[in-house]
Design a protein around this ligand. Structure first.
Ligand SMILES: [Cu+2]
Length: 229
């Protein structure tokens, strides 16, 4: 009989947890979805270093679920709540493995230092081409960690000049209210004070959209649509 009772106890404590979260501040959850026909996606040809890189690569610039939910979109609050939220105290790293940047997109607080890594047995380079920050163009031998600090908020493209199919993005965040969507297009801002918020969503292929969201005492759920193009 004990085995039957245990799930009940777990369920009750989950309910209690969610009730206390709402009291501390509501949440804004959402999904980014692409509308329109799925554009054709061509594999990228690998022209050199095939022993490490393989012969072709997934483009990686538009990753959709079966329901056209969009991975790797950035969602941020344009008018963040004053005094609320804090950055996660985690080291931000972007690796290069089998000639692909992993992860493809990272968030780093403006002014904080992040690190580029190279796990491959060959030379890569880090070529950051920002608009507002100082550009970076450095050779990167295997296992070397290259620190990088971007001071001004913007989304910076990263490439490798030796392997032109390699692309990644660094989101230099002005404040903690930035999120990258998961495999089902999902994002969440927890403990967000009630209010009217302006959301921005950006995706490397789909561009940028803006949307308003109202957060009350109860969790809010929104859907952000981005048109195929
Ligand atoms: Cu490379």
């Amino acid at each position: 009989m004990r085995r039957i009772r245990l799930p009940g106890v777990a369920f009750a404590s989950l309910l209690w947890l969610s009730a206390s979260c709402v009291a501390a501040g509501a949440s804004l959850k959402g999904t980014v979805v692409m509308t329109g026909p799925v554009p054709p996606q061509k594999k990228l040809e690998v022209t050199n270093n095939q022993y490490t890189c393989g012969t072709e690569k997934e483009p990686g610039d538009l990753i959709l679920s079966a329901r056209k939910e969009v991975s790797n979109a950035v969602v941020w609050i344009d008018n963040p709540p004053a005094g609320a939220g804090s950055f996660k105290d985690a080291k931000v790293e972007m690796d290069q493995k089998a000639c692909v940047f992993i992860p493809r997109i990272v968030i780093v607080p403006a002014g904080e230092t992040m690190f580029f890594l190279n796990s491959d047995r060959l030379l890569h380079n880090i070529h950051a081409t920002p608009s507002l920050n100082v550009a970076i163009n450095k050779a990167q031998p295997r296992n070397r960690s290259i620190p990088a600090t971007f001071v001004k908020p913007e989304i910076v493209r990263i490439g490798c000049d030796l392997h032109p199919w390699m692309t990644a993005w660094v989101v230099v965040a002005a404040h903690p209210w930035y999120a990258i969507t998961g495999p089902e297009g999902q994002f969440a801002f927890d403990n967000l004070p009630p209010g009217q918020y302006k959301l921005n969503a950006w995706h490397e292929r789909l561009g940028k959209v803006e949307m308003n969201a109202t957060v009350g005492e109860q969790p809010a759920q929104i859907r952000i649509e981005m048109k195929a193009r």
